[in-house]
Ligand binder design. Structure first.
Ligand code: ADP
Ligand code: MG
Length: 244
């Protein structure tokens, strides 16, 4: 489904070139749950922006469902993005003045054609993330974990096959973070492809596979023998420890 071949990204500004991705290659099959893990500054967000068609690489090939993304123009990229990909960020980017229901409907308001069942779809999305009771609340009356789940509901509104998340628990306390990971696990079980970008080993170990990124190259790519179980962690705080 996702195929990266020798992806390079060099930022250029004011005569200075900063090479950030230096030949990144990997494939992600449909239905996988993958973590891209690396220290701060290793190029994770840059890579996620390329995967999400928010940015284009300066070299290499990116095929998404066999379509060469590097060849598409901006309009075509944004169409692919809206249809196939749901984004979750560290900061939730919710509109404070809109209810959770309105926040989740927002991507549809900007869609080419506003669907007649927009509100019903938003309700279903909120039910999926366990926020059926919070539809008419405003974001600032919700906990951080709930706000992130609203953002996930918003990401689900176009029923994307892929969820891309960049440090989705970075702004959350440990319990709220695990709640978010439990939503990802559920979405994965439904058959969605999940790619989580994180510096946090604990978060990465919830995925079925960890791709290590360091200084712009993949240094390791392997399956997680026994992915962590967020449900068990919610029951038992001792499971929230990372083995040293
Ligand atoms: N727009 C940009 N222009 C120039 N340099 C950038 C830009 N965005 C990121 N960088 C640099 O690229 C490197 C990797 O950044 P990033 O992809 O955000 O890493 P990570 O998400 O792993 O922390 C950093 O050194 C950062 O300063
Ligand atoms: Mg980052």
């Amino acid at each position: 489904m996702i195929e990266l071949e020798n992806i390079e990204k060099i930022y250029r500004s004011e005569g200075v070139s900063t090479p950030v991705l230096k030949g990144v290659s990997f494939r992600v099959e449909a239905g996988e749950y993958v973590a891209v893990m690396g220290p701060s500054g290793s190029g994770k967000t840059t890579l996620m922006n390329i995967l999400g068609c928010l940015d284009t690489p300066t070299g290499g090939r990116y095929l998404l469902d066999e379509i060469d993304m590097v060849k598409l123009d901006d309009d075509e990229l944004s169409r692919v993005r809206n249809r196939k990909i749901g984004f979750v960020f560290q900061l939730f980017y919710l509109l404070e003045r809109a209810t959770t229901l309105k926040n989740v409907m927002l991507p549809l308001i900007y869609a080419e054609e506003y669907p007649a069942d927009a509100e019903q779809r938003a309700r279903n999305s909120l039910l999926e993330v366990g926020l059926g009771e919070r539809m008419n609340y405003h974001p600032n009356t919700l906990s951080g974990g709930e706000q992130q789940r609203v953002a996930i509901a918003r990401a689900l509104i176009n029923d994307p096959a892929i969820i891309l998340a960049d440090e989705p628990t970075g702004n959350l306390d440990s319990r709220s973070g695990i709640e978010v990971l439990s939503v990802f696990k559920r979405l994965h079980r439904q058959g969605r492809t999940i790619v989580v970008v994180t510096h946090d080993r604990f978060v990465a170990e919830h995925a079925g596979r960890i791709i290590q990124l360091k200084d712009g190259v993949v240094t390791e790519d392997k399956a997680v023998a026994e992915p962590r179980d967020p449900e068990a962690e919610l029951q038992d705080p001792e499971r929230r420890e990372v083995a040293q």
